[in-house]
Design a protein around this ligand. Structure first.
Ligand code: NAI
Length: 341
């Protein structure tokens, strides 16, 4: 069964890590026809908007995309690429598994946290204005529809994946209406529909401390948009950094898989970018294909890819960000060798 997937290589390190992932998926025998489209600075370079309509239409059509990181030029009036993508396609649920990997030494060796982030509202509403000269305002938006929708999504995910507990982190003591609504919806969904999943609420500043002190106490984190963004990078730091945290954005009609990290302008062109987080995102995509399209082969390929990169890491074949010596291409070859062997 051929699967059609939109590929957005992205900016900065994006094209090189996308290339690596394509090679590894091809070596694993994945039957994917890639449809390449641009976004971000790459789109601007072609005289297009940062998130061109054809790119969005292609994702709507094929329903699946693998996306490299995209840069949005700061302070020049451009719409954020990622915010536009998530809003236009209504990709309301971001899921980011943060898991310790064997062979990557960190302070903790047993982190297994799933971040579920509301992807369309909060302070990323994009509603900002100048109230008076020298006074600007950014509007935090929360709607009952979106808060209920993400709460349902998180509890359903917990049930399907046999996870035990959801922790909603918030600042409802200060933002009584917006964060208040967020936790009220989560509480109701828990009480009326999923009483068998444990549920707790933690104020986010104390939650940050607790999570770095005792990460294994946490299972699924349910977060509004900005908190989810910040917490993703914080949790990445617990398992070895941004090079090992994948992600997916789900909506009713499409799913876009992408790493948590950005375009890493500080290492562009050095050949040292770690393609693993994007590879893990592609592996999540194969799992999604296997479940949603009942394609057992995609599930087996996902498992084979996971086994190959874990073996490479256990053998000490790591990129520099993980304390190894390999560049992007050498790590790609190391994974492919283990896929074949
Ligand atoms: P970043 O994630 O690009 O970089 C943070 C640090 O992590 C840098 O030192 C970088 O070298 C390192 N890093 C990130 N990914 C790596 C990888 N795969 N291998 C090795 N090292 C890696 O975050 P930053 O610098 O805040 O953002 C840079 C640009 O990326 C901005 O234009 C931002 O808007 C964009 N961005 C895009 C995202 C997306 O498309 N999903 C997400 C986050 C940022």
């Amino acid at each position: 069964m051929t699967h059609h997937v939109v590929l957005i290589p992205g900016d900065g390190i994006g094209p090189s890590i996308s290339d690596s992932v394509r090679k590894i998926l091809a070596a694993a025998g994945c039957d994917i026809e890639w449809h390449e489209h641009v976004a971000g600075v790459a789109a601007l370079a072609k005289g297009r908007d940062t998130m061109p309509d054809e790119t969005l239409e292609a994702i709507e059509h094929y329903k699946l995309a693998l996306k490299g990181p995209c840069s949005t030029p700061v302070g020049e009036g451009f719409r954020s690429v990622n915010v536009t993508l998530r809003k236009r396609l209504n990709l309301y649920a971001a899921v980011r598994p943060v898991k310790s990997l064997p062979g990557i030494k960190t302070r903790y060796d047993d982190v297994d946290i799933i971040i579920v982030r509301e992807n369309t509202e909060g302070l990323y509403s994009g509603v900002e204005n100048e109230v008076l000269p020298g006074v600007v305002m950014s509007m935090k938006v929360a709607s009952e529809v979106a808060c209920n929708r993400i709460a349902h999504w998180a509890f359903r995910y917990a049930t399907l994946n046999r996870r035990k507990r959801i922790t909603a982190m918030h600042k409802a003591n200060i933002m009584k209406l917006t964060d208040g609504l967020f936790i009220k919806c989560a509480r109701n969904v828990h009480k009326h529909e999923y009483p068998n999943i444990e549920y707790e609420e933690v104020i986010i500043d104390a939650g940050c401390m607790k999570i770095v002190q005792e990460p294994k106490r946490f299972d699924i984190l349910l977060l509004e948009n900005l908190y989810g963004d910040v917490m993703s990078d914080l949790c990445a730091g617990l398992v070895g950094g941004l090079g090992v945290v994948p992600g997916a954005n789900f909506g009713e009609h499409a799913a876009v898989f992408e790493a948590v990290h950005g375009s890493a302008p500080d290492i562009v062109g050095k050949g040292i970018a770690n393609p693993l987080a994007l590879l893990m995102s592609a592996q999540m995509m194969l799992e999604h294909i296997s479940i949603e399209r009942d394609d057992a082969k995609a599930g087996a390929q996902s498992a084979a890819i996971k086994q190959a990169y874990e073996k490479a890491i256990m053998d000490g074949q790591k990129t520099k960000d993980l304390g190894g010596e390999l560049g992007t291409d050498a790590f790609t070859d190391a994974v492919i060798e283990r896929l074949k062997g």
